[in-house]
Design a protein around this ligand. Structure first.
Ligand code: G6P
Ligand code: ZN
Length: 582
């Protein structure tokens, strides 16, 4: 439906500066209550638009989010402010719904100047939980540091914003509306949230062979999947895609997006997606997948909830990329991972003679490498996997990539992993199974998160570790626990120079690298909405065939204890145990 409404005129509203509108790893993420303060959201949206500079007038932007509480109000504000600032067109997902990968898809497909994503990703939603606003650039990826810094600088001195208070659009209806604003044309296109993304998935994957895998046939029973959208945005996408693949609704769980995610913490890991883990452990399933609130994270499980660590998932896909039609067409340009991600994919790159990159935490660091054609596949330990089909990580893509690979290899998830480790060795990184092994009050896993710590103590701890590891005599030091010895090869505060634009990112995490390829890493999270979250990552490499199938808990125990002693984490944080282990 198309409609034209009467001409309107913009107003300028005086505002006050809000401190702390600095986008973190992935946009501005705060409690809903913070965004609800008078002018708070308006200021940030105005700053995003102003940061577009010369590109602003007449530009097209995509708007949508994960359906969480406050999303629709934010869309209404963005429409009013964008119109007043001279934006030419907004493409808005119906009901304000667009997954993060869908936003990236639409920005690229329609060549827009960027998009505004309304999400706090995997953080809980609802009036007492979190909200977030993130800007993506014209390549479809999260804004890089130079853009987010520009936005932040504008918020520090903003005195007013422009708005048209009386535009009110029904975003629940697919429609196209044209309005004359201050004598300029302004269009709002409310689009189906799912179509463009599903079309892209059909082009990338071999739907026919996946469909065959998922159906009963004369020679084998159907490969049984259980997909859990955690009441986040992926529900409608999952429903459309998996119905097309012949999977019925009983295998698709929590597929209605809810404003508060039904009380779930929509983060697909062994702790927060326990329902899926239990259902797969006890049920007849061969495969399970869960996605986060905005659809960019994924967790992959095999039979009996065999857990595929995100680092292994990346490495296995890297080794089997040629089974996917998209990569048969584009070729494999290179692989990358974020620094704290276990180094499993590095070995695939070496074996294939492919380009390989290590970047700081944050999907935005992959964008430049993809844009210049150096990178096909990348991933992060934080349950992010994706490729250069878009510029965001992509949960459903990862799930379909696994199913395409399984269909091609004709093997179970477990056997794919075992065969992979036999060739490349294994980077023990995440607990399998979780939280079962207790030693001296410690629960053993491998990424330990200490959430909501006092920021000053967390900073002090990081400083003290840095001082220790930067002493020249630290290199070569032998660290022991439980009969295992690790020799320090290199230690630093990680910094990165982008090979494409030479921009620098410093202080990206404390790294202790050992002679045998094992690593300990400490980082402060960039996505928390209050206090500090300390992340401790343990990556222990083994290539002895006798160790490959061992319980990860046992293999990781010595290195975890070394890390806890060296950091004095318990003394600094006053915490005996982590908040979450993934
Ligand atoms: C977001 C980004 C990821 C990043 C993660 C790190 O999810 O999209 O690219 O890996 O944040 O979060 P952290 O809390 O560790 O800074
Ligand atoms: Zn997310």
């Amino acid at each position: 439906m198309s409609a034209t409404t009467a001409p309107v005129t913009s107003l300028t509203v005086n505002t006050r500066v809000y401190e702390g509108q600095k986008p973190g790893t992935s946009g501005l993420r705060k409690a809903v209550k913070v965004f609800q303060q008078e002018h708070y959201t308006e200021n940030f949206v105005q700053a995003i638009l102003q940061a577009l500079g010369d590109q602003l007038i007449g530009c097209t932007l995509v708007v949508g989010g994960d359906g969480r509480f406050y999303g629709k109000e934010a869309v209404a504000k963005i429409i009013r402010i964008a119109a007043a600032n001279g934006v030419g067109k907004l493409i808005v997902g119906q009901n304000g719904i667009l997954s993060t990968p869908a936003v990236s898809t639409i920005i690229r497909k329609y060549k827009t100047q960027g998009g505004i994503v309304l999400t706090a990703s995997h953080n809980p939603g609802g009036p007492d939980a979190d909200f977030g606003i993130k800007f993506n650039c014209d390549n479809g990826g999260p804004a890089p540091d130079n853009v987010t810094n520009k936005i932040y600088e504008i918020t520090k001195t903003l005195q007013c914003y422009k708005i048209i208070p009386d535009i009110s659009i029904d975003i629940d209806k697919i429609q196209n509306i044209s309005i004359e604003v201050d004598g300029r044309p302004f269009t709002i296109d409310i689009i189906d949230s799912v179509n463009d993304y599903v079309e892209l998935m059909r082009e990338i994957f071999d739907f026919a062979s996946i469909k065959k895998l998922l159906q009963d046939s004369a020679d084998k029973p159907a490969f049984k999947v259980l997909i859990n959208s955690m009441n986040g945005v992926t529900g409608p996408y999952v429903k459309r895609i998996f119905s097309e693949l012949g999977v019925d609704d009983t295998s698709l769980v929590n597929i209605k997006p809810l404003e508060d995610f039904g009380g779930l913490h929509p983060d697909p890991n062994l702790t927060y997606a326990k329902d899926l883990v239990n259902a797969i452990k006890e049920g007849p399933y061969d495969f399970g997948a869960a996605f986060d609130g905005d659809g960019d994270r994924n967790m992959i499980l095999g039979k009996k909830a065999f857990f595929v660590t995100p680092s292994d998932s990346l490495a296995v896909l890297a080794a089997n990329l040629k089974l996917i039609p998209y990569f048969q067409k584009t070729g494999i340009k290179g692989y990358a991972r974020s620094m704290p991600t276990a180094a499993a994919v590095d070995r695939v790159a070496t074996k294939n003679g492919a380009k390989f990159f290590e970047v700081p935490t944050g999907w935005k660091y992959f964008g430049n490498l993809m844009d210049v054609g150096d990178l096909s596949l990348c991933g992060e330990e934080s349950f992010g996997t994706g490729s250069d089909h878009i510029r965001e990580k992509d949960g459903i893509w990862a799930c379909l990539a696994w199913l395409n690979v399984i269909a091609g290899l004709g093997k179970s998830v477990e056997n794919i992993l075992l065969d992979h480790w036999k060739v490349y060795g294994r980077n023990f990184f995440t607990s399998v199974p979780l939280l079962l092994f207790q030693i001296s009050e410690l629960i053993i896993g491998s990424r330990y998160d200490y959430e909501n710590c006092d920021s000053a103590s967390a900073d002090k701890m990081m400083q003290s570790i840095e001082t220790l590891i930067q002493k020249p005599e630290f290199i070569g030091r032998k660290l022991q626990h439980g009969g295992k010895e690790y020799i320090v090869k290199q230690a630093d505060n990680y910094s990165y120079t982008d090979p494409v634009d030479s921009s620098k990112a410093t202080k990206q995490g404390l790294r202790i690298l050992f002679v045998d390829g094992s690593r300990i890493i400490f980082r402060l999270s960039g996505t928390g909405s209050s206090g500090a979250t300390i992340r401790m990552y343990i990556d222990s490499y083994e290539n002895d065939p006798a160790t490959l199938e061992k319980d990860a808990q046992l293999v990781l125990k010595p290195l975890i204890n070394i890390a806890l002693e060296l950091s004095e984490l318990r003394q600094y944080t006053g915490r005996d145990a982590p908040t979450v282990i993934t």
